[in-house]
Design a protein around this ligand. Structure first.
Ligand code: NAP
Ligand code: MG
Length: 498
């Protein structure tokens, strides 16, 4: 137990500090090996519980349970509208327990509890609700054939089958919802592997799903390490689809493993997203917007606006403005009510982020650190601005995944020249443009190689709007009907009528 435990409600404390199993075929159980993984509070670095360290043997049991639930039993025969109702009820229950989920997420991940309450939990709820609405509306179509003759031809859209889902630690509940909601709507059965650092809200969700009436085996949760449980899931011969959110490096390993049985693959990977501020931007909006784009969630956001391109005429004002935004932040334990900036996820990640700041310094960039009072213990890092980072420096090219912003000035007025700089990255997840000129905004949006382009906002998501990456930021689009497509397959039926 840590020293902020008194800030937890009795329900959250009793769940978090209690014993945890993993969920296989409706039963909560230990790993076959009996091994466990310690779970830490990032605000203190103290272990607060442990979860089973599942590996290939547990993944195999979970896949069998998911296959049984997919092939027969109540889920296989359940009317689609009934699936939708269960998903909707799950959303209602999460919403009722918003405080509980927010505290649990904050304890496990370190994020400010107020942000978990205002952003993470409502996003997860919205995602389940939106996808609940698709469940009864997943149809094929009748097709008029292109060649001579009379035919009846149509398509059916069927659940893809047993799906493996591997998620990261930065938005544990939201990522679980992104993955589970469309798969459930489509009628799949699931093996979910949460990140080793943040299994808590996924496990709580597993309990809630049983409570609202999802049949056994529809959701199985294998807690475990990526290299063992995750790799076994990606390689398993009886998994029909693997969905992954995480680093580009691991995404490539997943894609390779999936070739063993040619399972379908969708990937949401890393980013190095540009924030481009034009001379006519509303700086009262752009300054807090650019600061939030990088510092929200301690910079541990795949779409973080980590490369700021500011037109020379607004450059100084922006850097000063963002620096003073840092001054308004309150760095502290996520569970304390006033905190706006929590710790990073782990000691290892703290070293990595500090390492990048040092690399930036050695490469010759200027480091402008915030000077926020630093809490004792925990994995805290000051928000940092790196000015004068040349495009070929590592800090400009690699994903830091922390509160570290690289700023560059540009003098160009040609959109193509600006776009070329912004697009000079192997990633293509997101971008934001800050301008009052509609023509600049939309002409620039067309030139940016990214799955999402925001105009005068950043990190604004909606379950209805496509989300995913171009280039090495991923394969496939989550959200909207695109997400349902990831979890279904199309069958064509053709009959000559004469
Ligand atoms: P990560 O190391 O790639 O881990 C993500 C998940 O994959 C974890 O559950 C991890 O397990 C598992 N994993 C690790 N190695 C594996 C392997 N060989 N086979 C199968 N699974 C494996 O990423 P991270 O460092 O935890 O998370 C940060 C990264 O995620 C960043 O690059 C970020 O951009 C990306 N991200 C992308 C999005 C998006 O939507 N595009 C969203 C959030 C995060 P362990 O927990 O045991 O490591
Ligand atoms: Mg990891």
């Amino acid at each position: 137990m840590g020293c902020y435990d008194t800030l937890l409600s009795p329900q959250v404390a009793s769940f978090a500090f209690g014993a945890h199993g993993m969920l296989i075929g409706g039963r909560w159980q230990s790993a076959q090996s009996s091994k466990t993984i310690d779970v830490f509070d990032p605000a203190t670095g103290r272990k607060f519980t442990e979860v089973p360290a599942g590996d290939a043997a547990d993944v195999d049991l979970a896949v069998r349970a998911a296959r049984r639930a997919f092939a027969d039993g109540p889920w296989a025969t359940m009317p689609a509208a009934e699936r939708g109702r269960l998903i909707w009820q799950l959303a209602d229950r999460i919403e009722e327990l918003v405080d509980e989920f927010a505290q649990l997420e904050s304890l496990d991940n370190g994020k400010p509890v107020q942000q978990a309450k205002a952003v993470d939990v409502p996003e997860a709820v919205a995602r389940f609700r939106y996808m609940a609405g698709w469940a009864g509306k997943i149809n094929g179509e009748t097709v008029g054939l292109s060649q001579r003759g009379e035919y009846h031809a149509y398509t059916l859209r069927r659940p893809i089958g047993v799906v493996g889902q591997i998620i990261p630690w930065n938005f544990p509940l939201v990522m679980a919802a992104y993955k589970l909601a469309p798969a459930l709507a489509a009628g799949c059965t699931i093996i979910l592997k949460p990140a080793e650092q943040t299994p808590m809200t996924a496990l709580r969700l597993g309990h809630l799903m049983a409570e609202v009436g999802f049949p056994d085996g529809v959701l199985n949760i294998v807690t475990g390490y990526g290299e063992t449980a995750g790799a076994a899931l990606a390689a398993h011969g009886d998994v029909d689809k693997i969905a992954f959110t995480g680093s580009t490096e691991v995404g490539k390993a997943i894609a390779r493993a999936a070739t063993q049985n040619l399972k379908q693959v969708s990937l949401e990977l890393g980013g190095k997203s540009p924030v481009i501020v034009f001379p006519d931007a509303d700086l009262d909006r752009a300054i807090p917007g650019a600061a939030a784009a990088i510092f929200f969630n301690q910079g541990q956001t795949c779409t973080a606006g980590s490369r700021l391109f500011a037109h020379r005429t607004v450059y100084e004002k922006l850097v000063e403005g963002i620096h003073s935004e840092i001054g308004k932040m309150v760095m502290g334990p996520g569970l304390e009510a006033g905190t706006t900036l929590g710790p990073l996820i782990s000691a290892e990640h703290l070293d990595r982020v500090n390492g990048y700041i040092e690399i930036g310094r050695r490469e010759g960039a200027t480091i402008v650190s915030g000077t926020l009072p630093r809490p004792r213990g925990g994995y805290f890092v000051n928000p940092t601005i790196i000015v004068g980072a040349a495009p070929d420096m590592r800090v400009s090219r690699e994903e830091i995944f922390g509160p570290v912003l690289c700023v560059t000035a540009f003098d160009d007025d040609e959109l193509d020249a600006i776009a070329m700089k912004a697009n000079a990255t192997e990633f293509g997840l997101a971008a934001s443009l800050w301008t009052r000129d509609l023509s600049t905004a939309h002409r620039m949006a067309a030139r940016i190689d990214a799955g999402t382009v925001w105009i005068n906002t950043h990190n604004h998501f909606d379950p209805a709007l496509a989300f995913g990456g171009m280039k090495q930021s991923g394969w496939g689009r989550e959200s909207g009907f695109h997400a349902v497509e990831l979890y279904s397959s199309v069958k064509a039926v053709l009959a000559p009528l004469n």
